[in-house]
Design a protein around this ligand. Structure first.
Ligand code: PLP
Length: 422
């Protein structure tokens, strides 16, 4: 019965009359847009009788029905909730997706997507993946009968070699990768995969860029997802996952899994996510500008820096062709694990923390923190330097960030104690 009552689709596709530039789209709710059911109104899904400027939080599990046959627009919040629908249609517009879904975390978003792969089928994924992604793919291998082939996704040929037209169901990309900041050529890979293996879906984890800087669906991907916990929320006060689908057919399958498993984002968290999304452009611009200064500083100091904003990055041009900026995550090597530990512990402004995308600057050692779930021998195979330090740059005054970093580098013995020349 619940299924019959479920409003379909839950995150309506939009037909915007006019597209604005990304920073405008983030804050502007197109009240003239008509959703797939012909409904109009703010966000196409909410018709609030009081015209609330901030979307109301529908903190309710159920909705009363007008008749015994149901027929209400919403019936049960696992299946659909107006606050969630509102943020979903807003995000669909921003990601240039046909439809979007918000779920309880980034990993939950990936879990939903991976359920489109059946036992016996195969996935091709990168070799420098987010640690949690690696763990979930491993679980699917031992419990779900789905094999993952890890390849270097910076070389499209490696992917083509690994494609099996009978079995490959998904190609999973991250670009830039984290923490090694390697770039995958989404348009070339999507073209080749769709040509050689039409049944395979190209899926991109776009968390590092956010939809403000990069929109993989425009570049040929079939599904994009983000950890909403990072840039989209921006304040580390929320866990969320965001999925965008290019076609209604794929969106229907994703919605089925979300409704079946019950991982849709709660009304309050949907509201919080929407609030965060509205400031994404200003936060990202500031964080990115700070990151460029930090990267230049570390290069001047002689460190090996990984950041797609450096013209010396081997794939600088490729990244620039896909994204409108380099983002605010970079990593650098010091040559010694103990030295890196001392640097990380000597900073004051930079919080020692996993994650990124928050307004505060963070510092971490991926091999000991976010990527510790990847076994040491696998990290070694994948050339993940144990001394790597990752910086996730926030919106603070860059002079303070540079000063704090310089003090930490000097006190850790990574730099001679010399007068500062920031
Ligand atoms: C954080 C992160 C995830 C997982 O998201 P959660 O919200 O923590 O579940 C997935 N991919 C990347 C690249 C991430 O940084």
């Amino acid at each position: 019965m619940t299924n019959l009552l479920t409003p379909e689709p839950n995150s309506p596709s939009l037909n915007p009359v006019k597209r604005y530039r990304p920073a405008t789209e983030l804050v502007y709710i197109d009240t003239s847009a008509t959703d797939i059911c012909g409904r109009t109104g703010p966000g196409s899904t909410i018709r609030d009788p009081y015209n609330a400027a901030s979307v109301p939080i529908y903190q309710t599990a159920t909705f009363k029905q007008p008749s015994a046959s149901g027929s209400g627009e919403y019936d049960y919040s696992r299946s659909g909730n107006p606050t969630r629908s509102h943020v979903e249609s807003h995000l669909a517009k921003i990601m240039h997706a046909q439809r979007a879904f918000v779920v309880s975390s980034g990993m939950s978003a990936l879990d939903v997507i991976l359920r489109l792969v059946k036992a016996g089928e195969a996935i091709i994924a990168g070799d420098d993946l987010y640690g949690g992604t690696n763990r979930l793919l491993g679980y699917l291998g031992t419990h779900g009968g789905v094999t993952t082939h890890h390849v270097d996704t910076t070389d499209p040929l490696r992917i083509i070699e690994a494609l099996d037209p009978e079995r490959t169901r998904m190609v999973l990309l991250e670009t830039p990768t984290n923490p090694m900041i390697k770039i995958a050529d989404i348009p070339t890979i999507a073209d080749l995969v769709h040509k050689h293996c039409p049944r395979a879906l190209v899926v991109v984890d776009n968390t590092m860029m956010s939809p403000y800087l990069q929109r993989p669906l425009d570049l040929g991907a079939d599904i994009v997802y983000h950890s909403g916990t990072k840039y989209l929320s921006g304040h580390h006060d929320l866990m969320a996952g965001v999925i965008g689908a290019k076609t209604n057919a794929v969106a229907d399958q994703l919605y089925h899994v979300i409704n079946a498993t019950g991982c849709g984002l709660s009304p309050f968290d949907s509201w919080l996510l929407l609030r965060g999304v509205k400031t994404l452009a200003v936060r990202m611009e500031k964080q990115q500008a700070n990151a460029v200064l930090i990267s230049d500083y570390l290069i001047r100091r002689g460190f090996r820096v990984h950041y797609p904003g450096n013209p010396s990055h081997p794939q600088y041009a490729l990244h620039k062709s896909m994204a409108s900026g380099p983002g605010a995550v970079l990593s650098f090597e010091t040559g010694q694990v103990e030295m890196s530990e001392r640097i990380v512990e000597a900073t004051k402004l930079w919080g020692i923390s996993v994650s990124f995308g928050c307004v505060n600057s963070l510092i971490s050692m991926p091999c000991q923190m976010s990527h510790a779930s990847i076994p040491a021998h696998v990290r070694q195979q994948r050339a993940l330097p144990e001394d790597l330090i990752r910086l996730c740059v926030g919106i603070e005054d860059p002079e303070d960030l540079l000063e704090d970093l310089e003090n930490a580098l000097v006190s850790a013995g990574a730099l001679p104690n010399q007068p500062m020349d920031l």
